[in-house]
Design a binder for this molecule. Structure first.
Ligand SMILES: C[S@@+](CC[C@H](N)C(=O)[O-])C[C@H]1O[C@@H](n2cnc3c(N)ncnc32)[C@H](O)[C@@H]1O
Length: 281
């Protein structure tokens, strides 16, 4: 006989090796297959799956058991109050990126003209989209080197009906149009080649060029710091997300390169995560 939703949910134990949140993952996969909200699945767990639903559930559940992230399995994820399409061409947006976005919104709202923002390494478009939604009169230029990532970002912006984002293919600031920006934001790759974190099974599903940046993990961050002065207006801001142990070195480099009003910030878990710097020349 086919599975009931209760029996399907009971399979969560099989995920305990692959996931820190086995029940949540099982509920998400089941509600996706049943095309119902998680609350419905929980409240009506006596309902039986159809043979096709069971086969689809088992298939997706097996992928999760092998370590594939739920967001890739379902092809979507949430950030703040919006949903994004994701696939293996883009990094799955992380909750810690909310910190960078919040600072950027605060600075953009203080700006007394139409804010011109650059998002370097846009991936799924998450940062560009969050800013374009929150700062209505802004225009956001989103750059990525990967055409496949840009296709996902464009789709996400279209799905959310956002007209104030322009997408560009290119490498960091060289992908930007010849103009000056009020804010440049970036969450670039910052893990060093061969780092132990890369051995985590879930990371092996994400694109390497979203994660790794040179032998020390600083290549992309340094390039962005060095290129940005040619694209920032006087008194404009650069905001960078970075790895847990990189803040001191990044602040040093920003200082050496002539930025001012430097500050380092932690994410919601108390980990050093964001630097903010002003270009006043
Ligand atoms: C850490 S991911 C960040 C994605 C997204 N901004 C986020 O916060 O979820 C870094 C992104 O940088 C892009 N990237 C890597 N090298 C690049 C380069 N040289 N120029 C522009 N983008 C690059 C990758 O394709 C990837 O989408």
């Amino acid at each position: 006989m086919v599975l009931s939703m209760k029996e399907a949910l009971g399979m969560e134990k099989e995920l305990s090796c692959a996931s820190d949140s086995p029940l949540l993952d099982t509920e998400m996969i089941l509600s996706f297959v049943m095309r119902q909200k998680r609350e419905y699945v929980r409240a009506h767990d006596e309902i039986r799956l159809s043979p096709m639903q069971e086969s689809s559930f088992r298939n997706l559940f097996e992928r999760r058991k092998l370590g594939e992230p739920v967001a890739y399995i379902l092809g979507r994820c949430f950030f703040w109050d919006f949903e994004l399409v994701v696939n293996s061409s883009v990094l799955i947006p992380r909750p810690e990126t909310e910190q960078l976005v919040e600072f950027a919104i605060e600075l953009a709202r203080k700006n007394n003209r139409r804010t011109c923002i650059a998002d370097l390494g846009t991936g799924s478009g998450v940062i560009a989209i969050a800013l374009a939604k929150a700062v209505k009169d802004s225009v956001v230029h989103a750059v990525d080197i990967s055409e496949d990532a840009l296709a996902v970002a464009r789709l996400n912006a279209n799905n959310l009906n956002l007209k104030n984002i322009k997408f560009h293919k290119g490498s960091w600031c060289s992908g930007l149009p010849e103009k000056r920006f009020d804010l440049i934001v970036a969450n670039p790759p910052y893990i060093k080649n061969g780092d132990d974190h890369l051995l985590k099974r879930e990371l092996s599903y994400e694109p390497m060029n979203s994660l790794v940046s040179g032998d020390l993990g600083y290549s992309a961050l340094n390039t962005i710091i060095d290129q940005s002065p040619n694209f920032l207006r006087k008194d404009a801001w650069l905001l960078l997300e970075h790895g847990y142990n990189q803040q001191e070195k990044i602040l040093d480099r920003l200082k050496t390169k002539g930025y001012s009003s430097l500050s380092g910030h932690q994410d919601l878990s108390g980990v050093d995560r964001v630097v903010i710097a002003r270009w006043q020349k």
